[in-house]
Design a protein around this ligand. Structure first.
Ligand code: GYE
Length: 308
């Protein structure tokens, strides 16, 4: 039928051990990313499907090279997590011309042409930003004083950085006391978060809240705050996104105040998508990951069973 993109539906399904999938990962910038890589690799190993894996070290040019090499090798499917949103049309058109279906995992591309990918599997980053903002609205519901917020942004141009900033900004606009007094990228890394936070602390004597687009940058900020002789979680409140183990531990320890969960466990769902396509079926264009949020008390409860 016409359901399967990629054009080899006529050939019928391949045996799973004959399938080859190329995966172009962003890098190893955070605890989230490491957990994501591990989960994807083990899901494919468990399914008995060959996975070719490349690490782009957070550089789009490396990712494009990896995708081109997968096209050249004639893999059956390509999956990737686009480091930034824009600039993918050329290489995705090459994959399309070669009849290789592409699945986006975790991060979105900003393209007018939706035929360039089969499905986008990942979180709703705008909603994550809104959840972070909502916690602040509740936490400071009774305040009539200004609340000074600094924001540690993810990788510039990346979907989660753009959308987490947008959702948060929309929410906190509901209370005039909230003000983002500084916002800069820490590139989703611990070192980046620490460095930017050090600079923020030097130039802003009165910071009430840190909103970090991921746990790692929040953990870096904790180091900077402690080095400045302040108590994270008390003198300065910290909100982060991800809920990886180190983040959850800091939340349980009272150094982070609230975490919005973003699940890196996309491996099994990605395998299911590939199997469905291989069988000639169709998949949803957008598959949204289900996620929750954690307070300090909830982190203490959840920590023992946390997988990553
Ligand atoms: O939040 C961050 C990672 O794209 C959702 O990338 C992912 C983000 C995640 O570096 O920790």
């Amino acid at each position: 039928d016409s359901a399967a993109p990629g054009g080899d539906s006529d050939a019928g399904p391949k045996a799973l051990d004959e399938l080859v999938v190329g995966f172009a990962q962003v890098g190893a910038e955070s605890g989230w990313r490491t957990a994501n890589t591990k989960d994807i690799q083990s899901a494919f190993a468990d399914a008995g499907i060959e996975l070719k894996f490349s690490d782009a070290q957070q550089k789009q040019e490396n990712q494009i090279k990896a995708i081109r090499s997968y096209i050249q090798q004639g893999v059956d499917y390509i999956a990737f997590s686009p480091v930034v949103e824009t600039g993918w049309d050329a290489v995705l058109n090459e994959a399309k011309a070669a009849g290789i279906p592409v699945v986006l995992t975790d991060r979105a591309v900003d393209s007018q042409d939706e035929s360039l990918y089969v499905s986008f599997l990942g979180s709703d980053f705008i909603l994550e930003g809104e959840k972070a903002g909502q916690w602040l609205l509740d936490e400071y519901a009774d305040t009539s004083e200004p609340v000074n917020i600094v924001q540690l942004e993810g990788t510039t141009g990346a979907a989660p950085a753009i959308d987490r900033a947008e959702g948060f900004a929309e929410k906190i606009a509901e209370n005039d006391n909230f003000q983002v007094i500084a916002s800069q990228t820490g590139d989703f890394t611990r070192a980046g978060g620490k460095q930017v936070m050090e600079a923020f602390l030097k130039s802003n004597p009165d910071i009430d809240v840190v909103y970090a687009h991921n746990d790692d940058m929040g953990l870096g900020a904790i180091e900077a705050i402690e080095a400045a002789g302040l108590t994270p979680g008390e003198d300065i409140k910290i909100i982060t996104v991800d809920a990886v183990k180190d983040g959850m531990q800091a939340l349980a320890d009272g150094k982070i105040n609230f975490i919005v969960e973003c699940s890196p466990l996309l491996g099994d769902q990605l395998v299911d998508i590939i199997k469905t396509l291989n069988d000639g079926g169709t998949v949803e264009k957008r598959i949204v990951t289900e996620e929750t949020t954690f307070t300090q008390e909830q982190a203490i409860e959840a920590l023992p069973d946390r997988q990553y």
